[in-house]
Design a protein around this ligand. Sequence first.
Ligand SMILES: Cc1cc2nc3c(=O)[nH]c(=O)nc-3n(C[C@H](O)[C@H](O)[C@H](O)COP(=O)(O)OP(=O)(O)OC[C@H]3O[C@@H](n4cnc5c(N)ncnc54)[C@H](O)[C@@H]3O)c2cc1C
Length: 286
Amino acid sequence: MKLISENVFLKDYYFYRAGGAARYLACPKTIQELSGILEWRQKKGISYIVIGAGSNVLFSDDLFEGLVIVLEGLNRWIIRSSNRVICGAGVPLHSLIEFTALSGLAGLENLYGIPGSTGGSCLMNAGAFGTEISDNLEKVEVLGSEGKVFKLSREEIEFGYRKSSLDGYIVLSAEFLLKYADPLSLRKKIDLTASKRDEKQPVESCSCGSVFKRPENNYAGTLIESCGLKGLRIGDAEVSEKHANFIINRGNATSSDIYRLIKYVKDTVYSQKGVLLEEEVKLINF
Ligand SMILES: Cc1cc2nc3c(=O)[nH]c(=O)nc-3n(C[C@H](O)[C@H](O)[C@H](O)COP(=O)(O)OP(=O)(O)OC[C@H]3O[C@@H](n4cnc5c(N)ncnc54)[C@H](O)[C@@H]3O)c2cc1C
């Protein structure tokens, strides 16, 4: 089976559905396939990046000269042993949470609706409504730069706000220790979380979620809104009317439209409010 494709448009591989193409692209499903791909790229001396579900990235409109490894299909399995759950990196976070809720295991419900993969969410330390994925994490299995697979315990990983020291590793799976709870009440909780998201976020549009991290003692959305930027457009990129910290692709935005709007918002908030916003979205090949 051909594992590596050449000259592939990237818009089908990430949420923004904007510009960009990769010289090489691979979508491994197993660690063996992933290792083979990494060996191939090492022999060729090609640079690479990994993405998961692509819900927090923006590629530039330029050709990415290296290899993009899409991990969304990697290790699509979940194993449960009493209140311990091991989940492959490619499993969508919502599938993991559906599974744990149905199994009567609590701890992840607030993260329901974050559209990332489990691996990408560990790297980002994804969080919502007061919970971060690292709160219930016990171990992460990774592939290191030397090509070795090993486990890192929670204590060996540094987690911060939307960041972790997992950068540089490829996350293969994650192990969670959860608390027993009533499955029905967990179902209610995840439904409530989903409706809170629907109410506040433009979940129907292509975006990367929050463009900027939350600044200290403030909210990026509030600052952007108070600068009067809601609804502002560059090309087909728009500051969402529903949530000012979301920049959406109305259909035909280029990455350059989105990028220029991000920069414009950042500059405006800085000049009007004196707050330097930091991007949460990972900007690639700009
Ligand atoms: C509508 C919407 C709502 C969102 N709401 C939230 C929210 O409430 N809270 C929140 O925290 N985020 C939110 N996000 C952002 C995003 O969903 C999270 O950051 C998510 O955890 C990213 O996972 P991913 O698999 O999509 O990662 P990607 O976007 O594919 O990648 C993000 C980063 O992780 C790295 N990466 C991905 N997979 C792996 C892996 N297996 N091993 C190593 N590195 C990897 C990539 O290299 C990249 O640096 C939202 C996004 C959208 C579109």
